[in-house]
Write a protein that binds this ligand. Structure first.
Ligand code: NDP
Ligand code: 2IT
Length: 451
């Protein structure tokens, strides 16, 4: 299909999506990226076109939106908005994280739920797509306030979820602490001890390696991409954004492979440590972020390195970039600076961190560009492994889970190569992941009839 015809078809399709979902800009962005990959494929496979699979897949199966009232430490009423997007259950129960951040709205969660459909399919595990969360801001809240919020949130959510229906997990602002509070409340209300959430504590049904899984997985994916060009992580300089769960374990795994991580960031700015963030310095960051809940700027004071307030780290010279903070954190100008400075590999720990213009530039320059729905699938894959262990009432060893995770990332890479390799040998991971994730969903929807 020539570019003009494709653009016309994409624009026609998007006009309908935009009219139906006005002002949900992140959702439009996520859908557009996928349909650009899928329309040429669907033209060659008319059963998907006749079955209106693309139209159906863009419509959530169910959207839940609810009030979350809670009392703060002063005894004052607070109210937030809670959501759960049950996007697609063609291949398994809805599965996906919960995000607590003031920027959360319907459009953001629909983009994340939409991405999750394809990502979960790529893992090869039986999980549908979902996402949820709230505009609650955990920053500056006491443990007691976070607990009050989580309990109230779960008081409503519990009637919609279940281990065979919908299994939430963590995302931005939701880690072990929040999953604990939510699990406790679910158990009290339902009188059931089940695997209704993943990312649980080890003592009460969690899986080894789940905390590490997204960051490790994005590193395993980078390793596979590099191998296609005879390269490895050892000796390479790596720029990471964010300093939360995904960033921390990406840093750990890169360092274990002999790479040097020189940056980490938070929403205030980034630190640049030219000597590398080694295991001891990472332990400091983990304590700072996970226990003290402080700012990354403290690292600069502690280790006497540069701190750049209000900036992202993409101007720092590197071989490999791993955006691990949030959506649209890397724009076209950043992409140009990265490539000009010699960066040839991008592995996305975050969901949709690169803007469409940045993605286009990476593809034009034919660098190794591993998009989030492939590169960060290790987190949800290991959630799938946690669900399996819960069903079996068994726990696997650290080595066993890590080995399964690693194999899943290798297999996702193979799927991307299968569907994304172009005539000149360039691997277009965007195309590969979108088509590779789509086929299983689409065939299941067709088989299930009017769904
Ligand atoms: P965390 O809450 O643990 O950490 C988020 C990090 O990103 C923090 O450093 C935070 O800084 C920064 N950040 C958040 N929002 C912004 C923003 N608007 N601008 C700049 N920085 C920001 O979340 P995770 O590490 O779990 O998630 C990070 C990304 O990875 C997200 O895109 C998430 O969807 C994705 N992801 C997560 C998975 C998981 O298993 N947790 C699985 C797959 C993808 P600050 O502290 O200042 O807010
Ligand atoms: O974006 C994601 O894949 C996640 N936040 C993890 C979801 C999960 O169910 O583990």
């Amino acid at each position: 299909m020539n570019k003009e015809v494709l653009d016309q078809k994409v624009n026609d399709f998007m006009a309908k999506v935009i009219a139906k979902n006005p002002s949900e800009v992140e959702f439009h962005q996520a859908v557009k990226e996928v349909v650009e990959s899928l329309i040429p494929y669907i033209e060659e496979h008319p059963k998907y076109k006749d079955g209106k699979v693309l139209e159906r897949i863009c419509e959530p199966e169910r959207v839940l939106m609810f009030r979350v009232p809670w009392l703060d430490d002063k005894g004052e009423f607070q109210v937030n908005r809670g959501f759960r997007i049950e996007m697609n259950s063609a291949i398994g129960p809805y599965k996906g994280g919960l995000r607590l951040h003031p920027t959360v709205n319907l459009g953001v969660l629909k983009f994340l739920a939409f991405e999750q459909i394809f990502k979960n399919s790529l893992t090869t595990l039986p999980m549908g797509g979902g996402k949820g969360g709230s505009d609650f801001d955990p920053k500056g809240k006491s443990d007691n306030e976070v607990m009050k919020f989580c309990q109230s949130f779960m008081t409503e959510l519990q009637r919609h979820i279940g281990p065979d229906t919908d299994v939430p997990a963590g995302d931005i602002g939701v880690g072990g602490r929040e999953i604990g509070f939510m699990f406790g409340q679910y158990k009290r209300l339902r009188n059931e001890f089940t695997g209704v959430l993943t990312g649980k504590g080890l003592e009460w049904g969690g899986s080894l390696i789940r905390p590490e899984a997204t960051g490790y997985g994005a590193t395993y994916f980078a390793k596979e991409m590099l191998a296609t060009r005879g390269l490895e992580i050892e000796g390479k300089t790596v720029v990471i954004s964010g300093s939360g769960n995904v960033s921390q374990y990406a840093c750990e795994r890169v360092t274990m492979y002999g790479g040097k991580v020189v940056t980490m960031s938070d929403s205030n700015g980034f630190i640049y440590d030219p000597n590398g963030i080694d295991a001891e310095k990472l332990a400091y960051i983990m304590n700072l972020k996970n226990v003290k809940r402080g700012r990354i700027s403290d690292y600069a004071t502690k280790y006497g390195v540069e701190y750049h307030e209000g900036k992202t780290p993409w101007g720092v010279k590197c071989d490999i970039a791993m955006p691990c903070a949030t959506q649209n954190e890397l724009n076209e100008a950043d992409a140009k600076v990265l490539v000009a400075n010699g960066c040839y590999c991008v592995s996305e720990g975050a969901n949709m961190p690169s803007t469409p213009e940045a993605v286009e530039y990476f593809l034009e320059k034919k660098i190794l560009y591993g998009l989030g729905k492939a590169a960060n699938a290790g987190g949800v894959a290991t959630s799938g492994l946690e669900m399996s262990q819960n069903s079996l009432r068994l726990s696997w060893t650290r080595e066993e889970v890590d080995q399964r995770l690693h194999q899943i990332m290798i297999d996702i890479h193979k799927t991307c190569v299968k569907f994304g390799k172009e005539e000149d040998g360039f691997i277009n991971y965007v195309k590969g992941a979108n088509i590779g994730g789509f086929v299983k969903i689409a065939d299941s929807m067709l088989a299930q009839g009017l769904v």
